[in-house]
Ligand binder design. Structure first.
Ligand SMILES: Nc1nc2c(ncn2[C@@H]2O[C@H](COP(=O)(O)OP(=O)(O)O)[C@@H](O)[C@H]2O)c(=O)[nH]1
Ligand SMILES: [Mg+2]
Length: 314
């Protein structure tokens, strides 16, 4: 590590590590490039930062281009991408508004939402992307929207449990999603029974759960917030991911900055996710958490568990 790195540079580097969105990453990298001392010892680092900036800009440009061609595509961010889908007026936008700071439109008329609107939902130290979507009916379910939904890690269907037609509505909606090929293997499909603050809705929600036991029906109200506190955790568990932390020898891990990996990922997968140089140069790894004892040396193919801390030696 070359000497003379300024506090401004280290701060920018820290901001980069914490950055959750591509925009934040890009801003931090640009600040790193501005504040890095310009001398021979940092030439390699400067080149590396420039490379990363170019890559992010390229990705952003590509996403913008695609975004123009496809109004339903949403750039994924965070630990997982989950679409909130359902019939008109079923409470989709209200759910996204209750759990994120996204600027969604809640309205008492149908079809108020014409394009997907993403927001970030917090679960402990991770953010999960929740996407509000236009309503789907047999007449309004464009293939481009189905394709976007298929790209998600999960779908949360909203059904207005205060409606006496809720069983039929759920059946129709899930049918539309499956027939429209908006679902795929490896993706979860759960249902929110919404508006349970209204008369008769709690009973209907129970009925829905009995008739569709596979759909993990969760009763919620955006009005009273009933059931909302459980959602971030439930959604996180359904994503099938783990949070793991890395640390250099002799240092503490940053428990605010987990790496999010698919369940079943190994020490090797984590090294690759952190940096290709680390992946290439790692000589040994030790694990705190799931291993039999703290700091146990583990092989590259060691399967990690949620919460594990991994120390890499290069
Ligand atoms: N009582 C009650 N009304 C709700 C709830 N969620 C949504 N609404 C109302 O239902 C209507 C449609 O809500 P919205 O979120 O825009 O539904 P969307 O069309 O599926 O996005 C609006 O008038 C909301 O105020 C809820 O939990 N309880
Ligand atoms: Mg809406």
């Amino acid at each position: 590590m070359p000497a003379n790195l300024t506090p401004q540079y280290l701060e920018a580097e820290e901001a980069y590590r914490r950055a959750k969105t591509q925009q934040e990453k890009l801003a931090a990298l640009e600040e790193m490039l501005r504040s890095i001392p310009k001398h021979k010892g940092t030439e390699k680092m400067q080149a590396d930062i420039k490379r990363r900036i170019a890559k992010l800009r390229d990705e952003a440009a590509r996403a913008a281009k695609k975004g123009k061609a496809d109004p339903y595509r949403v750039e994924r961010e965070g630990a997982g991408q989950v679409f909130v889908v359902g019939p008109p007026n079923s409470g989709k936008s209200s759910v996204v508004a209750a759990l994120t700071s996204a600027k969604v439109v809640v309205a008492d008329y149908p079809f108020a939402t014409s394009a997907p609107v993403p927001g970030m939902m917090k679960h402990e130290n991770v953010l999960i992307q929740l996407v509000d979507t236009p309503p789907i009916t047999p007449d309004t379910f464009p293939p481009a929207m189905a394709a976007a939904l298929r790209g998600g890690d999960g779908l949360l269907v909203t059904i207005d449990a205060s409606s006496d037609d809720c069983l039929d509505m759920l059946e129709e909606c899930v049918g539309l999603l499956r027939e429209g090929r908006a679902t795929r293997d490896g993706q979860f499909l759960d249902v929110l029974a919404t508006k349970v603050d209204l008369a008769g809705a709690a009973g209907n929600a129970e009925l829905l759960a009995e008739v569709f036991p596979d759909l993990h029906i969760q009763p919620v109200s955006s009005q009273t917030m009933q059931g909302m506190d459980l959602l971030p955790r439930n959604v996180f568990l359904r994503l099938g991911v783990i949070r793991v932390y890395s640390k250099p020898p002799g240092r503490q891990p940053d428990l605010e900055a987990p790496f999010v990996l698919k369940e079943g990922s190994t020490v090797d997968d984590l090294a690759r996710a952190i940096h290709k140089d680390l992946h290439r140069n790692m000589k040994a790894a030790r694990v705190w958490g799931s291993a039999r004892f703290d700091g146990q040396p583990v092989p590259r193919d060691y399967v990690l568990a949620d919460g594990d801390i991994v120390e890499f030696r290069t």
